[in-house]
Design a protein around this ligand. Sequence first.
Ligand code: HH2
Length: 282
Amino acid sequence: MAPSIWRCGGFTFALERPLVMGILNVTPDSFSDGGKYEDPLVAIARGRQIVVQGASIIDVGGESTRPGADEVSIAEEIARARPVVGGLARELGVPVSIDTRHSQVAEACLGVGAAIINDVSGFRDPKMVEVAAGSDAGVVVMHMLGEPRTMQVAPHYDDVVAEVVAYLAGQAEMLERAGMERERIAIDPGIGFGKTLEQNVELLRRLDEIAALGYPVLVGGSRKSMIGMILGETDPGQRLEGSLAVAAWAVTHGADIVRVHDVIETARLLRVTSLLAQEGTS
Ligand code: HH2
């Protein structure tokens, strides 16, 4: 059955229409917005701006997980993310999410008001499970094959959708066994995380099989290389139309949340798709 709410700390989303999660990377090396928001004051100003533009969630990341990215120290990741999460959580009326694979970073950011843990490694680390279960935060469980440094080296699946579905179902059940309420859990197929173009396309085509698990579904295709490959476009800043196409496809095939760089454009797109999806509007 389709989920009706997603509970994230003190916030509860009624999943009546799709939500925009605005990306705010406070890193020097993210594939699209790296280096733009390293100054916490600039990052906080950008956070405010994307809420005005229509973001219902701000996702702050202090480590790039692009293919081949080098790892940063935990201390550095906390130093980058915590002031921005804290600043935004204090002043904004929307939940702030921390995009991290590291339990210490999640814990530090929950301490300053983060309402969501977005873990691209899908809560594989028992310490991350402990931190999440001991909080009231919402979580995003994402599928990634291996780890960012090597994930794009010849990824192989017999059936990518079946394997991603089984993984997400298993991790979500594990979180529930650890004491987390079901209504706090969202799932994400992890576009671009250990997947070829064909495998990403297959996941989007069969998104309904992921949605059938009954958790809110998040899709993050924004400006990713799958769009670059389809359009022959190497500059991530020139992938807007492709990103909008992926967002429109995702929300009409079961996604509840889209994670995007281009917030105002996506919010406007979703106003149209949401109206078209409503019954009895003609
Ligand atoms: N993609 C990225 C990072 N975090 N989280 C979720 N839940 N889903 C995603 O698809 C996802 C994510 C990668 O994109 P970005 O943050 O723009 O780049 P980088 O990892 O280089 O910082």
